[in-house]
Design a protein around this ligand. Structure first.
Ligand code: SF4
Ligand code: SF4
Length: 432
């Protein structure tokens, strides 16, 4: 795509990066066929190519985002299906990241939208605050349906609808500490605790820790670790996202330079995609560039890490798993084959749904901020998964598990919960 940035604009490294990304786009339109918002809405401006054009106009003219640009940027799921499809290698992820920051800084959203975005960023980035929010949501939950029918309150209704009726008990696997290997120690890893996951579903990290401990891996949940910054990063809150990430980088670097780490394990693929990008996010930060690069180099999705351990083949469990590949895992981290191969090695029959490349509509805070589109994507995803007639659905990201689980009427588990069970760990509670 031809661009018209001035030399002064291009002296800014971020603008130069955006220009390089935009220039790679050759307008071929291949990406439109796999873009969930284009497939759902049929509007060119809700396709990757359309958004690239809008972002180019906004950045080239150095103007504040207008309502039209903000609308179509906000409707992007950041699912990155377009990056998998694009034959020209357009790095859409780093372009939309920049666009979100620009929109956030220059566009004034309606007051209720701003309030909702503030609430999501505040409550979903700390387990303590999130637990409080879920307790309050329990009171408001009966009104979710009514609120969803009132346009101004629709987003708040969507937030309440996703709140669980009861929270699981607090888990020791969500607290900082060291979980020793149950065999002679082979490796030592850190694990990201997370913000929402330890409150909504502490069984995920419990299963991962139990399995790793049984395989001779010591797991540490570092003391000063906080939010990885992913949620705020995707809302365009750049400074807050980087501040959260710095704190977590410091906690991991202390472990790396202390007892040492073989890997940093992440059980939420949305967080994992951001952590693997820290090296890029901090490349201009002289104090953190090297530390961020070291952290990104050690970051592993839990299934990616298990794949490196050469697990033995287990007998058949007589169960069919429908595997939902989260966008952050398949498009963001390009981890596609390992989870399915590992599930088969664990003794499960694995089936894949039609349109596996399409997002389920969860996408961080998307199902609350863009609930109409998210609901359509959820219905489509659940229809495709249920067509497989599985005993259980597996996914590698809590957001997808919650989104699909809210409509599937079939147990939806994290892949590592099935793996842990197959290799001698506890049977997941949802299957009992
Ligand atoms: S990230 Fe997903 S929703 Fe956004 S333009 Fe790309 S394919 Fe479409
Ligand atoms: S597939 Fe790539 S090159 Fe083609 S229009 Fe989409 S982003 Fe541009």
């Amino acid at each position: 795509m031809q661009t018209n940035f001035t030399p002064t604009q291009l002296a800014d490294p971020k603008t130069a990066e955006a220009e390089g990304i935009i220039r790679k786009c050759v307008h071929c339109g291949f990406c439109t066929a796999t873009c969930p918002t284009y497939v759902t809405l049929g509007n060119e401006l809700d396709s990757p190519r359309g958004r690239i054009y809008l972002i180019k106009e906004m950045l080239e003219n150095a103007r504040p985002a207008d309502a039209r640009t903000a609308l179509h940027v906000d409707r992007c799921l950041s699912c990155l299906a377009c990056t998998t499809t694009c034959p020209s290698g357009v790095d859409y992820m780093h372009l939309i990241d920049q666009a979100r920051v620009h929109v956030e800084r220059t566009f004034k959203r309606p007051p209720l939208v701003r309030l909702q975005r503030w609430a999501l960023a505040y409550f979903m980035t700390s387990p303590t605050r999130f637990r409080l929010a879920m307790t309050l949501a329990g009171i408001g939950r009966p009104f979710a349906g009514i609120m969803k029918r009132i346009p101004a309150l629709k987003a708040f209704g969507a937030m309440l609808e996703l709140a669980p009726r009861a929270l699981p008990a607090r888990s020791r696997f969500a607290e900082p500490g060291t979980f020793p290997a149950k065999q002679p120690r082979r490796q030592r890893v850190a694990m990201l605790s997370g913000c929402v996951q330890p409150v909504m579903d502490p069984g995920i990290n419990q299963a991962a820790i139990e399995m790793l401990n049984n395989l001779g891996i010591e797991v540490v949940l570092p003391k000063n670790e906080g939010c990885c910054g992913s949620l705020r990063h995707h809302m365009g809150h750049e400074d807050a996202a980087l501040a959260s990430a710095r704190r977590t980088i410091d906690a991991w670097i202390a472990e790396m330079d202390g007892e040492g780490l073989n890997a940093i394990i992440i059980t939420g693929s949305g967080c994992g995609t951001t952590i693997k990008d820290y090296g890029h996010m901090f490349k201009a930060d002289t104090a953190y560039a090297e530390k961020a690069r070291r952290v990104s180099a050690l970051a592993r999705d839990v299934m990616e890490y298990l794949d490196s351990l050469e697990l033995p083949q287990q007998p058949s469990r007589g169960m069919t798993v429908a595997y939902h590949s989260s966008c952050s895992l398949q498009h963001g981290q390009r981890i596609t084959l390992q989870p399915k191969a590992l599930l088969r090695r664990a003794g499960f029959a694995v089936k894949e749904p039609a349109e596996g490349h399409l997002c389920c509509g969860s996408a961080g805070t998307y199902n609350m901020l863009q609930s109409d589109i998210a609901d359509q994507l959820k219905a489509r995803k659940v229809r495709n998964l249920k067509a497989l007639k599985p005993d259980v659905i597996a996914a590698g990201n809590l957001g997808c598990i919650t989104q699909i689980g809210s409509a599937a009427n079939i147990p939806v588990l994290h892949t590592v919960e099935l793996m842990n069970w197959a290799y001698g760990g506890k049977k997941p509670a949802a299957l009992k």
